[in-house]
Each structure stands twice: as C-alpha cells, then as structure tokens.
Design a protein. Structure first.
Lengths: 524, 258
C-alpha cells in the first residue's frame, strides 16, 4: 500500500482560508453593497439629527411669581451627583469628637392631596412614607455638604443615611407616644456611628459610616424633612406627568443630651434649601419650638439624590429610530446574498459555513458599532452644550458613566444589528427577519413604555426580552430610599445596565447559533 | 379586473406562510389582549382604564403580522422576478396594484374580524376577574353597546388599512427587508416619539399625525373627548397614510421598470 498525499491546489496558500481573509471578504461585500453603508449613515444621521433637534427645541423656564427667572442649578452632593437638600436643621457647633442623643416621642404630618374641589386646597393629616426626623451631623449648612444622620421615618423604621445616596435600615416600627425611639449619633474622627434604642438603656448600632471630608468643626443637631407626595398621572396621548405635592412632618423630641467641645449653647435655626416668595417670605417654611426640654421640629423637603430630570441618555433618544435602520442593515447583509444567489458562491469559496456567518457577524458588529459610536460620541456633548445654552441642566453623572452611555447605546445598536443578521440567516426572508428583529427588540420596549400594561408587566418585558439591552443607557441609578417614578416609562430599567446588555447579547448569540445550525444542515 | 384579482388571489393562496401569518395575527392579538385584561386591575369605582381599549390592546402587536403579510405578498414577486410575468399578463399596472391591494386586504380584514371578536370575547370573560365589574362602573363588554361596537368595527378596519399601507410601501420600496423596516418604523416609532418630546402641544401634534396613535383612537370609548381627534377622524389619519402609500406605490410602479 502506498500512502497518497491528498490533493492541494497549487494556487491556494495557507493564509487563504484564514478567518482574517474571510472577514476581509465579508467586509468587501458589506462595503460595496448598496444597503449597508447607506443604512449605517442613515442611522448615524438619525442619532445626531434627532438628538440636536430635540436639544434645540428644549427650553427650561422657571418662574418666581409672574417673573421668569433662569432655573436654579441643583446643588451637588459629595459624590458629584445632583441632590435635593431641603430640610429644617436646629444645630450647634461641634469641634472634634462628640455625641448627641435624643428621644423621639411623636411624629405627625400634613399632605396636600389633589384638589377635590378645584381651587380649594385639600390638605390631609398624614405622613408620606419617607417623612423623617432625627439627628444629623453635617459639615456645614451649605446645600450639598457632607452629612450623616440617624432618623425615624413614617413607614420605613429607623434609618442611618449619609451623603445623600447611602441608606442603611435599622429596626422597623413606627414612633408613637407609647413606643418612642431613642437615637444617638457619635463622631469619632471621621467616623460617625448611629445607634437606636427603645428605652434609652439598651442600644443597638444601626451603622458606622466614614465621612472623609468632615471638617474638625461640624454642625450637629436635630432635623426634620418630608419628601413630597409623588403621583403619576397619564395624559390622553400616552405621556405621563409626575407631580410632587407639598408635605411636611412634625416630630416631638425630648431628653436631649449633647456632648463635645463647642456644644451646649442655643440652637441656630436654618431652613436649609427653602425657597422664597416674591415678598421675601419663605415658601412652606419649617419650624422649631422649645419648651421645658421638649423640642417640636417641623420640616419640608427631601435630602436625597435627584432622580427625576433630563438625563444624558435623553440626548441619544434618536437611537430608537436608528435601531430600525441598523436592523434592516443587518438583515440585508444576509438576505441580499440569498436573493441574488451570491450565497452559493460565498459558500463555494469558503465551505466551512459556520465561519462565514460568524465573519459576517463580526463585520456587521464592528461596522455598526463604529458608525453608531461616532454618532453617539458627537451627539451627547453637543446636545449637552445646546441644552445648557437653553437653560436645561442635565442630571450630572461621572465621565465613566457618560462613557458607558455613549458606548452602550452604540453597543445596543451593533448587537441588535447582529441579532437581525442572525434572524436573516435563520429565516432567509428579508421581511420576516426584519419583523422578527423589530418584534424582539423594539416592540417590547414600545409596549413597556407607551401602552396600558401595568408596571410589573413592563418590568417583566424589559427583563426577559432582548429589549432588556436598553438598560445599558440608564445613567441615574434607582435608589430604594428615594421617592420617584421608577418605571420603564421614566427611564428606569429593572435590570442593572450590563446585565440588561448581557441579555441582549445572549439572544444575539442564541439566534446566531441557530442560524449556523440551519446553514450547516440545509442547502443554501 | 376580476381576472386580475383572481390571479392575485391564486398567488397569495399558494404563497407558503400566508395562512400562518393570518393565524398568527389572530393568536397574537387575542393573546396580548387577554394578557392585558388579566394583568391590568381595577380596584375601585372610577379606576380609569378604558375597558374596551384594554381588551383590544393586542391590535398593537397583531398589526406587525398583517404588515408582514402585505410586504411578503408584494416583495416576494420582486425577489423571484415573478413581477415581470405578472405585468406581462396584466399590463395595466394600476389594475394590478388594485387587485393586489384587494386580495391582501380581504384576508387581513377577515383575520382582523376574528381577532377582534376573539379579543372582545376574551375581555368579556376575563375583565370581571380583574375588577372591571358593574359595581366599579364597568358593564360586561358587549357589541350591542354603541361605542364598543364602533371600537370593534374600527379595529377591524384598522387591520385592513395597515394591509393597504403595507402594500403601498412595499410596492414603492420593493426590497422586503427595507419595506418591512419602513412600515414598522411608521407603526412603532411615532408612539415613542410622542413620549420622548416634553412639550404637550408637540405631543398632541405628533399623536395626531401618527398612523398608530391616531388610528387606534377608534378604540376609545370612555376617554375619547380628551384625545386630539375624534375616533373616526383618527382612523381617517391612518386612511390618509394608506392612501398616500398606495399613491406613491402606484407612481413608482408606473415610472420605474420592474
């Protein structure tokens, strides 16, 4: 027996069937086909054009009585986020270490409800769930200054909060005259410890937190704050309006004990963050009264990061429109070959079929990502400048988050194009593939944000469908302790940013695998 | 014209998948309507939602398959070159387009009627379980009720108009993927745009020119007064879109080589 070497074409070289060659061939086809580049240019123009158009058309105006004034820029917290810092603070100086202890013996409040009779204020005796009062140590009385506070809330028990975004739960339960709560705040260096007690004898630590920027001389005292009563109403054409109505809380405290250098004098009173009427009187003022060792403190407002407002991802809303264009591009990159019969030539040149499809996916992914990234990277900063010129302040986020939004939106478009390509290869029919991809990515998003479906169903849709990928653009996190409209329609997604993006990628990989399977098993 | 229609009917009948798409339209429409009727709850009297509209939510999903039917029926002929044979047999291009539009719209209306009846029935059975009871101000859905009948009949017509819109755009665009992209963009991006703009006047304007938002106004039974257009005027907006698409299609068919 003689062994014969298998025939090798003298023309071919080892490099010719390399994956790089395949990608290069697919890139040449993509570049020269009429649909691909034109579709990507259209997608980029939609992102840039709609982003700038909507920025140019957005104006913010704030009025003070009949006078129009520039809208105030919200204060920034220690972490750089925009915050609301509005509460009543009765405080004393504290130099160095020290502590403050108090007993909270009663809490009550008032809420303005929607008018039952038009024009007549409808005020009820009740508290919003996060109405709170307690002890605070704050770097200064400047809005946005670093702080730590231990407090009792209307419905969320004892909490220890600091620097606006952080919240630790203590024991649950409400304050009533028969079940008072003792609170204590202790400063040791830059560590602040919050404790609670039911009887003032046995104490339970709620949390110990570090405030790195706390100066040697800080302010320590009693505070009260009551976030507005937030209600969401839909309008007839599918939009929704979030209104926050006035609410205030009044707490009664006694058994005050302040220790440390500088303390012991009279309380200084500050209605921090209160706004003023035209005549100079405060709008919804808080208050403080002391009689025989009993302190009654009333506060309005919230101490929390702002989560409602224009966000950086709002400037990239054109991506929803570009999505349809890139889906068509992805589908055409495959189905055009089937329609013209080119696919048979392609498979003849490269018989390992799965690799052909993967090479195609790589080309579509890279080209769509590059085109979309160019568009998003230009649009976001430009739209931000235009908006700032119009008096609209976007909720500030870190540069890293901004980068995630810019790259993430481009990534959603690119992976959606790959999903569309995979549907094209799986179904082999252009119209069916486009509809499948749109039904998978866009329709769940539309149903979740604009239809009658209630929030739990909308959340569920944005968890299990490829539309979960849009979560990558959410720049403002959802804080459980912050009252707001945290629904898909408000730009809040049920999954964390990268988890949502991973769901979309998973679907793209799954459909691509099914397409490779069909390509390997059936005639082209 | 009769022969042209018959020929188109034969083509549509023998295209694989057409009956599947019609069945899919019915299933998706009824399924989403039933889901909405189950998950949206009414806890007290005057809770707000329009029960008829709720039961007919599925139309928003079913319309995608009707659009797909229209696009495949037209673009399939361009893909295979069959269109040249068709035009050789029926040289009057307007007649060919009219025949095609008629045979796509007929089944779409039929499937729409089944889907809408199924949705109303599902709503009648499921809504009371979600709290939409007479005590809360919601009598059972009934086609004997004037506004509900109008909503149901209007929804059937809505499916027919989506089919016409799809045919017109498909004839104008020719490529199936691009045609499907254009139709779906028209159907699903307007509602998003309404939500994305902040100004309420612009919202109402976008709503009033949107084929889906305005077209589905025909489903409104309780909140119709708050909408920018009356129910039939809203359906008229969709009809105008369909007419414009067909006119564009006819123009392209006349002017351009097939």
């Amino acid at each position: 027996m003689t062994a014969t070497a298998p025939y090798r074409s003298p023309l071919g070289t080892a490099g010719r069937d390399g994956f790089a060659r395949l990608v290069h061939a697919e890139w040449t086809k993509f570049r020269t086909a009429p649909g691909g580049p034109a579709g990507l240019v259209l997608a980029a123009l939609l992102v840039v054009g709609l982003g700038l158009l909507s920025a140019a058309g957005s104006h913010a105006s704030c009025s003070k009585g009949p006078v129009e004034v520039p809208c105030p820029v919200p204060p920034r917290g220690p972490g750089g986020e925009a915050v609301e810092d509005h509460f009543f603070f009765a405080h004393q100086p504290l130099r160095g270490d020290g502590s403050i202890t108090v007993r909270v013996s009663a809490m009550s409040g008032r809420i303005r409800l929607p008018d039952a009779v038009p024009g007549v204020r409808n005020v009820a005796t009740a508290m919003t769930p996060w109405a709170r009062a307690g002890l605070m140590i704050k770097a200064s009385t400047r809005q946005g200054a670093s702080y730590a506070a231990v407090m009792v809330t209307a419905e969320h028990g004892v909490r220890m909060q600091h620097d606006f975004t952080e919240d630790v739960a203590g024991l649950p339960g409400k304050v009533t005259p028969s079940t008072p709560r003792w609170l204590r705040l202790t400063r040791t260096g830059d560590t602040v410890t919050g404790e609670e007690s039911a009887d003032g004898v046995r104490w339970t630590k709620v949390a110990a937190v570090r405030l790195p920027g706390l100066p040697a001389q800080a302010r320590v005292g009693l505070f009260a704050a009551s976030p507005g009563d937030v209600r969401v109403t839909g309008n007839a054409v599918g939009g929704s309006t979030v209104t926050s109505r006035f609410s205030e809380v009044t707490a009664v405290m006694d058994r005050l004990d302040v220790r440390g250098a500088g303390t012991g004098g009279a309380f200084a009173l500050d209605d921090i963050g209160v706004s003023y009427e035209l005549d100079g009187s405060p709008h919804h003022p808080g208050g403080f009264r002391e009689s025989g060792g009993t302190y009654t403190i009333t506060g309005v407002g919230d101490i929390a990061p702002l989560t409602v407002g224009s966000t950086v991802e709002n400037t990239l809303a054109g991506a929803m429109f570009a999505l349809v264009a890139v889906i068509v591009v992805g589908v055409l990159s495959v189905t055009a070959e089937y329609r013209r019969g080119l696919v048979r030539t392609t498979l003849l040149a490269s018989p390992r079929r799965g690799r052909v499809l993967v090479a195609k996916a790589v080309v579509v992914l890279a080209a769509t990502f590059a085109g979309s990234l160019a568009a998003t990277a230009v649009t976001l900063p430009l739209a931000k400048r235009v908006l700032a010129g119009n008096g609209v302040h976007l909720l500030p986020v870190s540069a890293l988050t901004e980068l995630r939004v810019v790259a993430g939106v481009a990534g959603v478009l690119a992976v959606s194009a790959v999903l569309a390509l995979a549907f094209g290869a799986l179904l082999r029919r252009g119209a069916a593939a486009v509809i499948a991809a749109v039904a998978a990515v866009l329709v769940p998003y539309v149903l979740a944000t604009t239809s009658v479906l209630p929030e739990p169903v909308a959340d569920w849709l944005l968890r299990v469908t490829p539309a979960a990928g849009f979560a990558v653009q959410q720049s403002i996190p959802e804080y459980p302790q912050v009252v707001g409209h945290h629904a898909p329609a408000g730009g809040f997604y049920p999954l964390p940013p990268w988890a949502g993006f991973a769901v979309l990628c998973g679907y793209a990989a799954l459909v691509l695998a099914l397409a490779v399977r069909r390509l390997n098993r059936e005639d082209a | 014209m009769r022969r042209a229609t018959l020929a188109e009917w034969t083509k549509l009948r023998t295209v694989p998948g057409a009956s599947g798409l019609l069945a899919g339209t019915v299933v998706l429409t009824v399924a989403l309507g039933a889901l909405a009727a189950t998950v949206v709850r009414c806890e007290a009297a005057g809770c707000g939602p329009d029960a008829t509209r709720l039961a007919l939510t599925g139309v928003q999903l079913g319309q995608a398959l009707v659009a797909l039917l229209a696009v495949t029926a037209v673009c399939g002929e361009y893909g295979s070159g069959m269109i040249r044979t068709s035009l050789a047999a029926v040289p009057r291009r307007g007649a060919l387009l009219a025949a095609k539009a008629a045979v796509v719209t007929g089944p779409a209306l039929a499937a729409g009627a089944v889907a809408v009846l199924g949705s109303v029935l599902a709503g009648r059975l499921l809504l009371p379980g979600s709290g939409f009871t007479p005590e809360h101000g919601y009598p059972p859905l009934s086609l004997l009720d004037g506004p509900t009948l109008r909503a149901a009949a209007g929804s059937v017509l809505y499916f027919g108009l989506i089919a016409l819109l799809g045919v017109g755009i498909a004839v104008a665009v020719r490529d199936p993927a691009a045609a499907a992209g254009v139709v779906l963009g028209l159907l699903y991006l307007f509602p998003l745009a309404v939500r994305l703009v902040a100004d309420e006047d612009v919202q109402r304007l976008l709503w009033a020119v949107s084929p889906t938002n305005a077209g589905l106004a025909v489903q409104a039974t309780t909140d119709a007064a708050a909408l920018p257009l009356t129910p039939w005027a809203g359906l008229g907006v969709l009809a105008a879109w369909a007419a414009a698409a067909l006119a564009l299609g006819a123009l392209v068919l006349h002017r351009r080589d097939a």
